[in-house]
Ligand binder design. Structure first.
Ligand SMILES: Cc1cc2nc3c(=O)[nH]c(=O)nc-3n(C[C@H](O)[C@H](O)[C@H](O)COP(=O)(O)O)c2cc1C
Length: 220
């Protein structure tokens, strides 16, 4: 695959086939992605993959938290208040995604089902967790995590795999640490769900839009 094809065709997948992804394939994805840049080549990432029964155990536990209406308790602070254009873009994403899936604002049941499905990682057979040491400088290490995370998303496409970064997958880090045997001192930055897209499901087909180039680019 050409780089341009990879970059233009990557999108967040929200419907995965239950077919498992061979560990060998995930290892090859991470082997390629580890060439991503990091501050001072510190490579602060630790990558822990939940697959098979562990992925199911996590999905069950996250769904249970979702059903209880538990408040997220992430290891790293998450964005809370957006305003202006950022709020508009965020709201547009939700509106466009639900409309594309045929879910109306009034349909509380379908919205809840989508929300709980997110806590089941949209059916992905595996979640790649990106973890940092608790005493690392957080904003900078998170830049590095974004660097390898997005490279993982691109590298996965070479194997016909789809991905989605999922903040939802780190809403309950205590559960992730217990199930995946990750020491208490570590921080779970993000999880990326990975698997084969369920091509006939709308949630696997949806494409988000982008701000026009002249809105984000300026030559000084
Ligand atoms: C850090 C991060 C966290 C995200 N968390 C979620 C999430 O919890 N649920 C979700 O449906 N999408 C999540 N996304 C996916 C974004 O909504 C998506 O990347 C954005 O809408 C752009 O669409 P695209 O990835 O299809 O190009 C997340 C993306 C990033 C980068």
């Amino acid at each position: 695959m050409k780089l341009e094809e990879v970059v233009r065709n990557r999108k967040s997948v929200r419907a995965f086939s239950p077919n498992s992804v061979p560990r060998e394939t995930i290892s090859r994805v991470v082997e390629l992605a580890r060439w991503a840049p990091s501050w001072g080549n510190t490579q602060p990432w630790e990558i822990v993959v939940a697959d098979g029964p562990k992925a199911k155990e996590l999905a069950d536990a996250f769904e249970a938290e979702g059903k209880k209406g538990a408040t997220p308790r992430p290891s790293i602070s998450m964005p809370v208040n957006f305003s202006g254009v950022y709020k508009d873009r965020y709201m547009n994403l939700g509106k466009n995604l639900l409309a594309f899936m045929g879910i109306t604002r009034e349909d509380k049941e379908a919205r809840m089902s989508h929300y709980l499905n997110m806590y089941r990682f949209f059916g992905a057979p595996a979640v790649v967790y990106l973890v940092i040491d608790g005493d690392l400088n957080e904003p900078y290490s998170c830049l590095d995590i974004g660097s390898i995370g997005t490279t993982i998303c691109y590298a996965a496409m070479v194997h016909g795999l789809g991905t989605i970064y999922l903040a939802a997958s780190m809403h309950f880090p205590d559960i992730v640490k217990r199930v995946l045997d990750i020491p208490e001192t570590k921080k779970i930055v993000i999880g990326i769900a990975i698997g084969y897209p369920e091509a006939d499901k709308l949630a696997a087909v949806f494409r988000s839009d982008r701000a026009p180039l002249d809105e984000i680019l300026r030559f000084a």
